[in-house]
Design a binder for this molecule. Sequence first.
Ligand SMILES: Nc1nc2c(ncn2[C@@H]2O[C@H](COP(=O)(O)OP(=O)(O)OP(=O)(O)O)[C@@H](O)[C@H]2O)c(=O)[nH]1
Length: 308
Amino acid sequence: MTETSWTQRLFGGFAKTSERLSANLPVASGGSAKLDEATLDEVEDALILSDLGPSAAARIRARLADKRFGLEITQRELKEAVAEEIAAILRPVAKPLEITAFPRPQVILVIGVNGSGKTTTIAKLAHLFQEDDYGVLLAAGDTFRAAAIGQLATWAGRIGVDLVRGPEGGDPAAIVFDAVKQATDTGIDALIVDTAGRLQNKKELMEELAKIRRVLGRINPEAPHDVVLVLDATNGQNALAQIDVFKEVAGVTGLIMTKLDGTARGGVLVAAAEQYGLPIHAIGVGEKMEDLRPFDPDLVARVIAGVA
Ligand SMILES: Nc1nc2c(ncn2[C@@H]2O[C@H](COP(=O)(O)OP(=O)(O)OP(=O)(O)O)[C@@H](O)[C@H]2O)c(=O)[nH]1
């Protein structure tokens, strides 16, 4: 996909988010306002209403006040200034998932609640790696539901990668063991492991992940190299609560946020960056294979603020 079409996809995907933000900003299109306390209050409220979170909203307000307090500002200038502050929050966390493990394979555990877009994200990630000529293998570690295994198998077929799978109810650690062996024997670069998303039963999930880790650790003490949490942006602030829980249960090393196209709550990406500082590897803006990419923080900031 060309950069231009990805940029268009981003603007389309984030349209609901940027429209909500624009609608709540205090300065009307074509107009201007003095950046006094009352206007700054309204800017801060608009940011919170777009799910950027109180902490990012306060930070952006403070920076705007530092730079422009008392000055007349147009809507365009305000959006530009907001975009700049959002970019400052996103830049430090925008980190693509890179394949650097030696020895290979790099083992990437993918975690997240059911329905977050985990399976689709695994397929999209595999596709991204394939585009960079990496060999990819998938492992169906979510054995809790037959549908999850079937869905991953369908994606694997579609993108042309092998899938190591077991029976429904099988032991995920055993599947992961077989998958690492196959990946090692066949010179695979990246092994992406789907896991069960049973957050309702924290203890079971924790034990299951611990067992996967033990098995992996026996083969390669560095594995898993990445524990990537997939978050559904449409959950807004609840997506943030999931970071807290999964950090505790699974030792998250990075985030991927999906479904940013289906929501006016895309500002939650900024809240996640501000509050957790975890690497954000990529964002998903649609259901197709090409709809996930590492993101350019400056571009995404402009997209959220609605400055073309
Ligand atoms: N609009 C949109 N839909 C997405 C995105 N990512 C995933 N989806 C859709 O979200 C739904 C759930 O995605 P899955 O990948 O099945 O999610 P999962 O977390 O594996 O869920 P289970 O299969 O229930 O465990 C599917 O209909 C996907 O097509 C995205 O970035 N944007």
